[in-house]
Design a protein around this ligand. Structure first.
Ligand code: A3P
Length: 315
């Protein structure tokens, strides 16, 4: 790195070290983040150079990022690949669409080397996206999930990456309800994208995991239309949209060797490794009942109702 780069970086390290801390996270502009993520987000303000045809897949963690990556990639590249030797048969969905703020062994500027149109993903809240994104008119697809299921999925995931040493379910639940888990508060993350999707529906598509699970074909068509590559009548007759759904289904992807063994190159923070299989657990709606009490369920429902009141968003 040149001197200018490293002094910008040490300035950012200094800023991050002064953010309010809690349980390993820091509070940056009203969101709880891993310190490394906060740093990367600050660095991206200068590094990321949006292009008008960028597509950004935005999610709260555990709300369907992997699925959305697979779908958006398959839809936008369908004229390049066959379904019988498709890249997703040999590559994890997390490998075909990079995260903006979670680098691999490459550095954060890696996405600048990608050809247009770029497909990238992020867990960043709307208000922390590099400011230049809004002015470039990039399209954003947001996927949201029922919070109890998202919480249970997150608990399992953190347990996996911490070798079984994650906090117990009750204390993590309290933190979720306080909004102090990574990328939280969950409700503010959803609300920011929701409001923007209403204000600019041609720029932001707001999807829900449960809707997509109940009618994937309908939402795959909607996604293709939004991304500017609708299925033609001929493609629909040939069942291409159904093939996309099948290839990207939980059953299909979770069974592939490419998604079952080994680790991803993603380096979210020092000493943390993501196993490929950790991104495929159950892929069901309503799995929270197997882990949370009814009382916990009611408590979180009540919090969500209060937080989303008047917004028109129901989760
Ligand atoms: P569960 O833990 O409830 O099974 P993310 O991709 O944002 O990290 O979210 C992971 C969640 O999405 C996990 O939920 C995972 O099983 C589920 N998932 C992964 N691939 C999926 C797919 N193709 N279809 C539906 N759900 C999927």
């Amino acid at each position: 790195p040149n001197n200018e780069g490293s002094s910008a970086e040490s300035h950012i390290d200094d800023l991050v070290s002064k953010l309010p801390p809690k349980e390993g996270l820091v509070l940056y502009k009203n969101y709880w983040l891993w310190p490394q993520t906060a740093k990367n987000i600050m660095l991206l303000q200068d590094i990321f150079k949006p292009r008008h045809d960028d597509i950004i897949l935005a999610t709260n963690p555990k709300c369907g990022t992997t699925w959305l990556k697979a779908l958006a990639f398959t839809i936008t590249t369908r004229h390049r690949y066959n379904f019988h030797d498709h890249p997703l048969l040999t590559h994890h969905p997390q490998e075909v669409v990079p995260f903006l703020e979670i680098p691999t062994n490459e550095d954060l500027s890696y996405v600048e080397t990608l050809p247009s149109p770029r497909l990238v993903s992020t867990h960043m809240p709307m208000s922390l996206l590099p400011g230049s994104i809004a002015s470039h008119g990039c399209r954003i697809v947001y996927i949201c999930r029922e919070p109890k299921d998202a919480f249970v999925s997150l608990w399992h995931f953190l347990k996996r990456i911490h070798g079984g040493h994650a906090p117990d379910l009750d204390s993590m639940f309290n933190r979720f309800c306080e909004g102090s888990l990574p990328s939280g508060p969950f409700w503010n993350h959803c609300l920011e994208y929701w409001k923007e999707s209403i204000a600019s529906p041609d720029r932001i598509l707001f999807l829900k995991y449960e809707d997509m699970m109940s009618d994937p074909v309908r939402y795959v068509k909607k996604l293709a239309l939004f991304l500017g590559v609708p299925f033609t009548g001929e493609e629909e007759e040939d069942g291409v949209h159904e093939q996309v759904v099948r290839l990207c289904s939980f059953e299909m992807l979770s069974g592939l060797e490419a998604n079952r063994a080994g680790n991803l190159k993603l380096r979210p923070r020092p000493n943390v490794v993501y196993e490929k299989s950790a991104f495929f657990r159950r892929g069901k709606v309503g799995d929270w009942v197997n882990y949370m009490s009814e009382e916990m369920g009611r408590k979180l429902d009540y919090i969500m109702e209060e937080k989303l009141k008047g917004s028109g968003l129901v989760l």
